[in-house]
Design a protein around this ligand. Structure first.
Ligand SMILES: Nc1ncnc2c1ncn2[C@@H]1O[C@H](COP(=O)(O)OP(=O)(O)OP(=O)(O)O)[C@@H](O)[C@H]1O
Length: 542
């Protein structure tokens, strides 16, 4: 078919053209004529526009009833033609495509081209459809889980009103499961035959996403015969991609991978078949698998905030602010030993200026290293000769960030230079300090100041770490007792120092792990998401 043709758009003659990767439309009017200006000021359909084929959502043909009274006149139309009569229009087709709006938001834009020639119209629809069919990365059949109780309990409404119509437009078939209880999605995924699906979508928050990755990773390891209880097992990467339609309270994972928690934006990333690998950390206690983590593992401050907030669920999302304030006042520090294995092969460090964005070269480099090691079948176990480091002390917080953990409350995140898929964790140790200093550190999470540029804060980029609390877990008393004694003195050695003889617990992506002694290992690029990472603000549809 012709690579270019003349059509009408907004009453103006346009030339449309299509090559391997770009569809474009260009006004044939003189640039400064009044009607060209009117076209520019129309519905966003300016004089010249182009859309990557990879960002076309669908192309649909609409036949318009009518008779062509002036058959053949269309072909005689010149580039100076300024108007047309409805009788001339017999056929039109609409192209739906991704349009970038405010910061990181995507929306579905549409443009309708009118043709007087049915053959021409059909040819263009077919040509565009063929190009779309060649986009092999796009999912055709998805398994969708909806948590009707996540966030503001709008999951089902969000899916039905905003997401399902887009999936339908893009000819994606779905099997939808509205969850009936916690762990419904996880248990279903651990058992069901996943070979018929091209991806999994969860409509909910971070807890729902966690369920989905646990089910998917579990099934993948089971099929591969991998023992998840062995902390040194090299896990097999999951082949299915996961999409998140944000409908939770915090939606941290969505925010950190897309840059915004908007259901339409996320649905469009799924439709165009984006793919972003992501690291996952496994958490073990005494050679027993406990949980997987993709964002934050926090002991001390963040563990205590979560534990306390569980008692105040009735407050809704504001429980985190309340418990955060209460935990800050309690100012507990916890004694223990951290053993960590520094990441030496990867690019970057936690205090550099690099940010993990779409097409991140740090993550791509780690992906290549991973491929090399997979090809060589080098199973790297915990090697005794590797250079383990030891840090002992009293800590207000021990945070392990798998990603920046940016969210609306902390736009730069807990570790701004952390990467989604470089096979490392940023281990942040906040040693005992005054309340004032700890507050300074916390405030720096909300602004652009360097939260690591404080004498009592250390940060290391690691592949693995082991935490051993000073006090045996068997002797641990309920952490909630601490709350009863906000300014309590717990350390028998130093009565005034505020060190606790009890242990904290780990906050694992918003869920409590009761054990304090854990072994954590990051698995490079274990899962894939239907996202592309946060786009630079300048990346716009031309
Ligand atoms: N039908 C259900 N009934 C009760 N709980 C459910 C159901 N489906 C899922 N859950 C559980 O609800 C928990 C919270 O869900 P979700 O993460 O979707 O929302 P959220 O907690 O409000 O958001 P966020 O995790 O982003 O803060 C999850 O841990 C999940 O296991």
């Amino acid at each position: 078919m012709a690579a270019a043709a003349r059509v009408l758009l907004n009453g103006q003659v346009f030339e449309i053209s299509l090559n391997e990767s770009v569809f474009s439309w260009k006004s044939l009017r003189l640039r400064n004529s009044p009607s060209a200006a009117a076209a520019r000021g129309g519905r966003g359909e300016g004089e010249n526009q182009s859309v990557p084929v990879s960002e076309i959502i669908a192309v649909c043909k609409t036949e318009v009833a009518g008779t062509c009274k002036e058959s053949g006149r269309w072909q005689k139309m010149t580039s100076t033609t300024t108007s047309f009569t409805p009788e001339q229009i017999l056929h039109d087709f609409t192209v739906y495509y991704v349009q970038r709006s405010k910061e990181h938001h995507w929306c579905c834009a549409e443009v309708t081209f009118y043709c007087s020639d049915q053959l021409l119209c059909n040819q263009w629809v077919q040509a565009l459809q063929r190009r779309l069919d060649l986009q092999g990365v796009r999912p055709k059949n998805l398994l969708v889980f909806i948590n009707p109780f996540g966030g503001k309990q709008l999951g089902k409404h969000i899916y039905d009103k905003k997401v399902a119509p887009l999936f339908q437009l893009a000819s994606i078939t779905t099997e939808v499961i509205v969850t009936e209880h916690a762990n419904h999605a996880r248990d279903h995924l651990a058992e069901v035959d996943l070979r018929i699906y091209d991806g999994i979508v969860c409509v909910g928050g971070d807890g729902m996403f966690s369920e989905v990755i646990h089910g998917l990773i579990c099934q993948t390891q089971k099929i591969a015969g991998i023992d998840q209880n062995d902390p040194n097992s090299k896990l097999v990467a999951c082949s299915l991609r996961i999409g998140i339609i944000p409908a939770g309270s915090t939606d941290c994972i969505c925010y950190a991978t897309v840059g915004v928690n908007d259901p339409v934006t996320s649905a469009l990333h799924i439709i165009v078949g984006d793919s972003q690998p992501m690291d996952v950390s496994s958490v073990h206690h005494n050679n027993t698998f406990l949980k997987y983590s993709v964002s934050l593992l926090g002991y001390g401050f963040y563990g205590d905030v979560l534990k306390d907030s569980e008692n105040n669920r009735w407050m809704g999302p504001s429980r985190y602010d309340f418990s955060g304030f209460k935990t800050f006042l309690s100012h507990q520090c916890y004694e223990g030993t951290v053993l960590y294995l520094p990441a030496t092969e990867t690019l970057g460090n936690p205090r550099d200026e690099s940010r993990c964005t779409a097409g991140c070269y740090v993550c791509q480099y780690s992906g290549k290293l991973l491929d090399l090691s997979n090809n060589k079948q080098e199973l790297k176990h915990v090697a005794e000769e590797e250079d383990w480091k030891v840090v002992k002390g009293k800590f207000l917080a021990i945070n392990a960030a798998n990603m920046s953990c940016a969210c609306s409350k902390s736009p730069m995140g807990l570790s701004p230079a952390a990467h989604l898929a470089d096979g490392t964790i940023d281990l942040i140790l906040v040693r005992k300090c005054s309340r004032f200093n700890f507050l300074r550190h916390l405030i720096r999470h909300t602004n652009k100041d360097d939260q690591f540029d404080l004498a009592f804060v250390e940060v290391y980029r690691v592949k693995q770490f082991i935490f051993t609390p000073k006090y045996s877990e068997e002797d641990n008393i309920d952490i909630r007792d601490i709350g009863k004694n906000l300014f309590g003195q717990f350390c028998s050695d130093h009565p005034a120092c505020g060190c606790s003889q009890v242990n904290s617990n780990w906050n694992c992506d918003g869920e409590i792990i009761e054990h304090a002694a854990v072994e954590v290992r990051v698995h490079c690029q274990l899962i894939k998401l239907f996202v592309r990472g946060i786009e630079h603000s300048t990346q716009k549809t031309s």
